[in-house]
Design a protein around this ligand. Structure first.
Ligand code: BEZ
Length: 235
């Protein structure tokens, strides 16, 4: 039986579904308005709720850091515009949390009362809630392609350090044609593409230079932190 609440679920490698929306920063045409930059589109279940408030304060405090990595932020919930405005004003005027205060949310927060965008992006997951968006995070690259997706349940606040790390890792992989191992941070060794022929596999195992091979299919090389940061952060 078809469930009307379940619609598309964009996947890694798909073009980001487009939509026009009203936000706390005026109307947007997504993802066209963000073409040429990375953008993180994220949903939250509801305004005036504690986990979401802690998340917005944290994300807003990191906005400059994301901007330096050429990445814009766009939030969404199925609440209306006036609720969004009132909530963001309350955050700025009243909430002090973990040393953060007077926090201004300058990135757009989409009103999605029709749930059109939430449906398009698979943010409504009825097993968790049929009336609220789950905590979804879509990483969209400068060509408008979805590069990573993370979903969290309503009860769990996101780890924004991990969201930043994921962005930096994807930008580094693109810039240097490498992959990044578990828990990678800028300055750690990176993984070179697996050898595609017996000759290259042999060469790598015999080479004492540049690469360290744990086995023929698992070779790493150094990539200094300042080289990474100089390449992927805006000057
Ligand atoms: C919260 O942000 O605190 C929250 C929102 C919806 C359901 C549960 C928690």
């Amino acid at each position: 039986m078809e469930d009307n609440n379940v619609t598309s679920m964009p996947r890694i490698g798909d073009k980001a579904p487009d939509f026009k929306a009203i936000t706390t920063q005026g109307p947007i045409n997504f993802p066209a308005d963000y073409s040429g930059s990375w953008v993180i589109l994220f949903s939250h279940p509801a305004d005036f709720t504690p986990v979401c408030t802690s998340e917005f304060m944290t994300f807003a405090s990191m906005e400059k850091q994301f901007a330096e990595a050429d990445c814009k932020l766009v939030g969404l919930s199925v609440d209306g515009l006036y609720s969004h405005i009132a909530w963001l004003r309350t955050i700025k005027e009243k909430i002090e949390y973990k040393g953060m205060k007077d926090v201004e949310v300058n990135f757009p927060l989409i009103e999605d009362i029709t749930m059109e965008v939430a449906h398009k992006y698979g943010m409504l997951q009825p097993g968790e809630s049929s009336t609220k968006a789950v905590r979804a995070v879509f990483f969209i690259d400068p060509k408008g392609v979805i590069r990573a997706v993370i979903y969290y349940p309503l009860s769990m606040g996101r780890n924004f350090a991990e969201i930043y790390r994921a962005l930096i890792a994807m930008k580094t992989a693109d810039a240097f044609s490498i992959a990044t191992p578990a828990d990678w941070q800028p300055g750690d060794d990176v993984i070179v593409p697996t050898a595609g022929s017996c000759g290259v596999a042999k060469q790598r195992m015999e080479s004492k230079e540049e690469m360290h091979c744990y086995d023929w299919f698992f070779c790493t090389k150094k990539l200094p932190k300042d080289t990474v940061l100089k390449t992927i952060l805006k000057k």
